[in-house]
Every structure is written in C-alpha cells, then in structure tokens.
Design a protein around this ligand. Structure first.
Ligand SMILES: *Cc1c(COP(=O)(O)O)cnc(C)c1O
Length: 369
C-alpha cells in the first residue's frame, strides 16, 4: 500500500468549487492584501480559538516576531525556549536582538520542561516561549505560574496547535500573545504563506496591527518603524473556506492518533505522553525508536512516507553556534532528535492506511518483551 505523508491535492479536490469562488470574488473586487477578507478571517479565527483578538500576518515566523516585540523583548534580553523545535522559534528571538536561552525538554512529553526552564532564569530573562510541539499543549499551568512568580512575559509558539486545549482552555489563552502558522502543511494551511497572533489584550492587538503594516496608525501616519507583514487577501479567502473544516479535521487527527496509540502500545518504541489535561490536535504523530534511520528505510520499502521533526536540535545548528551549546548540554532534546520518527497523520489519511502503517511498524521494531 502506498501511504504519502500528506496529500493536499485530495483535499483541494473536495474544496475546489468554494475556493475558486472565493478567489474569483477577490480578483473581481481587486482586493489583494489586508482589507475586508482578512478582517473577516481574523474574526473567524478569533472565534474559533476562543480569544477576543486575532491579527493576521504573512507567516508564523512574523507572528512570533511581533509577539515578542509586543512583550517588550529587545537587545540585552534573554528568552527561554526549547531546542526541540523549528528554527523559526529561535529566529524570531534573534530578530528582536535578544538572546535565546535553551532549556531541556521533559523526555515524557517532548515539550519544554518548566523545571528546566526555571533553572535558566537570570535577571536578564524577559520572556518564556514554550512550543506546543506536534499540536500537543505544553505544561501551561506551570509556565503561567513561573512567569507570574518571576514577573516575566509568557509567549506561546502555537504554530502547530490550532484548536488545541489545556484544561479546556484554548492554547493562546495563557500568554500575552501567541503565534500561529498557516504554512500549507499545518492543520489550517493557506495556499502560500500565512500566520496570525491571538491575544486577549486590546492594546497588544492594536500595536501588532500597526507593526505588521509599516507602523501605521492611519494611512501615511507612522507611529513607529514597522514591517511589511501583511496577510494577502487570497490567503484569507482560502483560510475562510478551510477553517469551517478545522474542528472536524482535528477530531479526525485525534482518532488516527488514538488508533496509532492502541496499535503501537505493545511495540518496541516510545510515544510522547499526552497528559490528561491536554487536548492535542496532532499536527504530527511522533514515535521514538532505536536505529531510527533503518526503521525509516524499512517503512519506505513498504511504501510509507515518514518525516523527522526534528532530526537535529537547534543548538547543534551552525546558525546557533554562537550561543555556545555543546553536545550533551541538553541530553533529553538530543536523544529525542536521534530517535524521533513522525508517522503520516492527516484528514486525508484513511483508517486502512493508518492500520497498515502501525502494523508495518510493529513488524519492523517488534514487540516489547
Ligand atoms: C511552522 C512553524 C513555525 C513558522 O511558521 P511559518 O509560517 O513557516 O513562518 C514556527 N514554529 C513552529 C513550531 C512551526 O511548526
């Protein structure tokens, strides 16, 4: 059986009519960037997420950058985050002139460990930036408490976690501002680039709205030096069609996740634990196996595509070499990156395909003795 990692063409076939209507409408109105379509999407995304304000931008990376600026992060500051994430998390910190400080993950959950994060707090710490990796919420109770006790800002990288919840509260509700990505492969994906911030703070919403559009308060009135981080109207048009499917798609991902968990429960591998207070949306389904590359190759021989999020921790990347973290400095992160293997999980994956993936994997790694 052939199992692609992701199949966005099948998804398009189902949505084609509606998307073409939206794009034709925007072309006819000659509405191409920001404007009514983007505002409508912002309202819908805020409503979906259960927060009062959404500000749409051109990528998740831009959303992270503006969220950090809104928290007042700048040169000389330190921001605590994880090395087990996509490079954009750290790039956004660098854009502000602040220094990323890595704390290790909790090996049970693969997310930033609040205790490890606390150990890296210094007088220069300005913010903590946990990532809801694979759409699985980080330990937000502990991070909220930590941020409050030390008087530092909390920002969420929710780029993989649209619709995830923690103790019933939506991700994004725990921090001053949170960042979401609509990169095409994300749970809610544009047909190009896109991102958004969520916040419950009206002043933050107003500031990032201005920052994304050249620091404007009204036309040709510039309060500050800003950026061109505007969302295109086409992307908002596509996202407005797709957001109506997002809850169903997330539920389906959770069903596939449960299927994998059950079928792999006896297999000789580890899976990150989902704490009972979390409602994960499984942007990815990660397992940890020994001799990962060999296992991956054998799955490929069976027609199964897999992905590695992430094969190399950020503190080993050349881009982060100046930060000075050597091998062994974040042992749980390093071990996770060595062993991680992400299985296909998406609304287009059939249950037959998922069963086939799980059964092939058990056949390859064997059962726990
Ligand atoms: C996708 C992603 C980003 C960046 O989003 P872009 O829209 O690609 O800029 C940041 N952080 C994480 C964890 C991501 O998965």
């Amino acid at each position: 059986m052939r199992v692609p990692f992701l199949d966005l063409r099948t998804q398009y076939a189902a949505l084609r009519e509606e998307i073409l209507v939206a794009l034709d409408r925007l072309c006819s109105q000659a509405s191409f960037t920001l404007g009514a379509e983007v505002e409508a999407f912002e309202r819908e995304f805020a409503e979906f997420s259960g927060l009062p304000f959404a500000v749409a931008v051109n990528s998740g990376t831009s959303a992270l950058h503006l969220a950090l600026l809104a928290a007042g992060v700048g040169p000389g500051d330190e921001v605590i985050t994880t090395s087990n994430t996509f490079i954009a998390t750290v790039e956004a910190i660098r854009y502000t002139g602040a220094r990323p400080v890595f704390a290790d993950i909790d090996p049970r959950t693969a997310n930033l460990d609040p205790k490890q994060a606390e150990g890296t707090i210094t007088p220069r710490t300005r913010a903590i930036l946990p990532v809801h990796l694979y759409g699985r919420p980080a330990a937000m109770d502990a991070f909220e408490e930590l941020a409050r006790r030390h008087g530092i800002a909390l920002i969420e990288d929710a780029c993989q976690a649209h619709g995830a919840r923690y103790h019933g509260r939506p991700v994004g509700a725990f921090s001053l501002a949170s960042a979401f990505s609509f990169y095409p492969t994300k749970n809610l994906g544009a047909y190009g680039e896109g991102g958004a911030l969520l916040t419950a703070d009206e002043a933050v919403a107003e500031m990032v709205r201005s920052l994304r559009n050249h620091g404007q308060s009204s036309r040709y009135v510039h309060e500050r030096i800003g950026y061109n981080y505007r969302m295109e109207a086409f992307q908002a048009g596509v996202l407005r069609v797709k957001i109506r499917w997002l809850e169903r798609w997330n539920e389906y991902r959770r069903r596939i996740g449960a299927l994998y968990r059950e079928r792999l429960s006896e297999a000789r591998l580890d899976m990150p634990v989902d704490e009972p207070e979390t409602y994960p949306v499984y942007h990815a389904f990660a397992v940890y196996v020994d001799e990962r590359d060999k296992v991956r190759e054998k799955l490929a021989e069976k027609g199964i595509d897999t992905a590695l999020y992430y094969p190399e921790p950020l503190h080993f990347q050349r881009a982060c070499s100046e930060l000075g973290y050597g091998p062994g400095s974040l042992p749980a992160t390093e071990r996770a990156c060595q062993r991680v293997l992400c299985l296909p999980i998406s609304p287009e994956l059939t249950t037959e395909q998922a069963e086939y993936v799980a059964d092939c994997l058990v056949g390859i790694v064997g059962k726990k003795s």
